[in-house]
Ligand binder design. Structure first.
Ligand code: HEM
Length: 204
């Protein structure tokens, strides 16, 4: 499956998962918290696929990594869908139980993690040929490079602060570290060859 069909299918699955989790708990606070956590995890996987697509296609050329690179834009947009559902569930939690909401988050997180949403919105908006062309290749590359790494840092913080509390988060921490290693190894190799990341799509 490729392209917009991939985005459509993943969006339907994400929507069904979220509604299913919330309904499984009778639409109460616990169901919404399950949906917040589940969408953070699907976001992490989709982001990892988009963030490493070009680097993996260069480092480990195969049918799978070529598929990943071909669908990098659509994996990125599917990540945005998942993470805006994360935001929707967070806002639902805030409306259902404001006290608990402020126990689970704080102003600093809202400012720093909120900034990640500004990057996600800007990167999604410029994931179309017309808007990417309007922005121009140099600004586009800068936005997707800085935005990509800012979102990576947001995941590193959100997962990193949970590892000491619950070993369950170790596999997510390993994934966060692995995606940075893949990008940095590809960058160093490219530097040695004196080449730049792929011309079209999200920067590698
Ligand atoms: C305004 C911004 C955000 C707010 C208010 C927020 C709030 C929350 C809350 C309250 C939880 C815990 C839910 C619970 O345990 O019941 C959570 C979990 C999480 N969030 Fe967010 N979040 C925001 C943005 C982000 C961003 C930008 C990222 C990463 C790019 C992110 C990644 C995560 C992760 C990884 C978890 C842990 C999920 C798990 O337990 O498996 N969040 N968030």
């Amino acid at each position: 499956m490729n392209g917009w069909r991939l985005v459509g299918t993943l969006s339907l699955l994400l929507g069904a998962m979220t509604l299913g989790l919330a309904a499984s708990h009778g639409w109460d606070v616990e169901g919404v918290r399950l949906a917040i956590r589940a969408t953070a995890r699907t976001s992490l996987v989709l982001f990892a696929l988009a963030f490493t697509a070009s680097a993996l296609a260069e480092l480990v050329p195969s049918e799978a990594t070529r598929w990943q690179r071909r669908n990098r834009r659509y994996l990125g947009i599917s990540f945005a869908v998942s993470h805006f559902i994360h935001l929707g569930a967070i806002l639902t939690l805030a409306s259902l139980d404001r006290e608990l909401f402020w126990k689970l988050t704080n102003v600093t997180t809202i400012v720093l993690a909120g900034t990640a949403y500004l990057f996600i919105a800007a990167m999604t908006t410029t994931s179309f040929d017309s808007t990417a062309k309007w922005l121009g290749p140099r600004k586009w590359r800068l936005l997707h490079l800085i935005g990509g790494w800012y979102i990576w840092i947001s995941f590193a913080v959100a997962v990193g602060k949970r590892v000491p509390v619950d070993g369950f988060y170790w596999p997510m921490a390993v994934l966060v570290l692995a995606m940075a290693v893949v990008r940095l190894v590809a960058m160093v190799r490219r530097g040695r060859r004196g080449t730049r990341p792929g011309a079209s799509g999200m920067p590698a």
